[in-house]
Design a protein around this ligand. Structure first.
Ligand code: NAI
Length: 335
């Protein structure tokens, strides 16, 4: 029998997990954890979190019996892997639960921008105005989509782009040439992709190498009037440079499901009362607020994963991860 704590899990998810993890001592919390809100049970062997948690060395240090962390997400940049390694704590993720789920969302953001869906909705609902004079959009057919990162989600995004009859350019450190030939995608350099794409969609994981991959210099290469879509991780884009490019008109708009400092912006009360805010760049927090207020920017609350089907797949893999770890055959290990 193991002691397992789940953080950031809604009541329906708690019921689901209880059904499939009988015989263990289970603790459930809807809240996330971080240094300011550390786990309340100290005797746990296994910890399961979602992206709203920040599992730092200090959090790990407060759990002396912890042997295994299974995050219910694909990304694992919210867990200090170095601190886990020092304690020989294994970490698993859910590598694949919704390449379609996130790619469909990237296109939802694209279509909201290309067809001015939010403006149309607001005009009808708020003003009762049914004219279409100020709602002209643009076709996707014939436009160029640039996909940065062609792993599971990026490939699906490229496929959807082809479905809209778009030209698709791709950039990846490990290009999949067979895939490119099969669906008619062209791998190019990052610079060429940025120069030639009408819409750039980001699908790389966040790590040291991808921090501000889209920085001021890279944004300056982007086609005038193009759009940037980020469903990946906020810090892949230099937020202040993005604000500058949107203000100058170099970029016509952006669709952002993720943004730098999103945790601080989502819970400003905790942020203000935090003992130490040196990990945060306050200029990015201000830049986020500017983005939220811009009419040509759609900001959503890290919601791309959030479908019924994807959430069930996440929990199924998490149960499997726990069972395999307990049988000493750990799976989906990321460290
Ligand atoms: P994946 O691991 O299948 O693909 C990532 C791709 O990025 C790989 O092909 C890899 O070669 C490439 N890559 C890595 N470093 C690179 C670099 N420096 N430059 C260019 N390419 C690079 O990952 P997957 O499943 O496609 O997910 C991508 C990211 O999407 C996740 O890491 C996560 O951060 C984000 N995500 C966001 C969600 C949301 O709700 N907004 C939900 C799920 C994932």
């Amino acid at each position: 029998m193991a002691n397992i704590a789940f953080y950031g899990v809604k009541p329906w998810g708690q019921e689901y997990l209880k059904k499939y993890l009988k015989g263990h001592k289970l603790y459930f919390h809807e809240e996330h954890i971080d240094e300011e809100h550390p786990p309340t049970e100290k005797d746990i062997d296994i910890l399961s979190v979602f992206v709203g948690s920040n599992v730092t060395a200090e959090v790990i240090g407060s759990l002396p019996k912890l042997k295994y962390i299974t995050t219910r997400s694909t990304g694992f940049d919210h867990i200090d892997l170095k601190a886990c390694e020092e304690r020989k704590i294994l970490v698993s993720n859910v590598p694949s639960y919704g390449e379609n789920t996130v790619a469909e969302y990237a296109f939802a953001l694209i279509l909201v921008l290309s067809r001015r869906i939010y403006d149309a909705y607001e005009q009808v609902r708020e003003e009762g105005d049914f004219s279409y004079d100020n709602l002209q959009g643009f076709d996707l057919m014939g436009k160029t989509l640039g996909v940065i990162g062609t792993g599971r989600i990026g490939k699906h995004t490229a496929r959807i782009g082809k479905g809209f009859d778009m030209e698709v350019l791709a950039y990846d450190v490990s290009p999949d040439k067979k895939f490119a030939r099969k669906i008619g995608v062209k791998y190019v350099s990052l610079e060429k992709l940025l120069k030639e794409s009408d819409i750039v969609s980001l699908h790389v994981p966040y790590m040291k190498e991808t921090h501000h991959l889209i920085n001021k210099e890279k944004i300056a290469l982007m086609k005038k009037g193009s759009y940037l879509i980020n469903t990946s991780r906020g810090a892949i884009v230099d937020t202040q440079a993005l604000v500058g490019a949107l203000k100058s008109g170099l970029l016509a708009g952006a669709g952002l499901d993720v943004f730098e400092e999103e945790e601080a912006v989502k819970d400003e009360a905790s942020f203000l009362s935090a003992k130490d805010t040196t990990d945060h760049d306050l200029r990015n927090v201000i830049a986020d607020h500017i983005l939220v207020d811009m009419p040509n920017v759609i900001v959503t609350p890290h919601n791309a994963f959030n479908t019924k089907e994807a959430l069930e797949r996440i929990l199924d893999t998490t149960v499997e991860n726990v069972n395999k770890f307990l049988k000493r055959k750990p799976q989906n290990i990321v460290n």
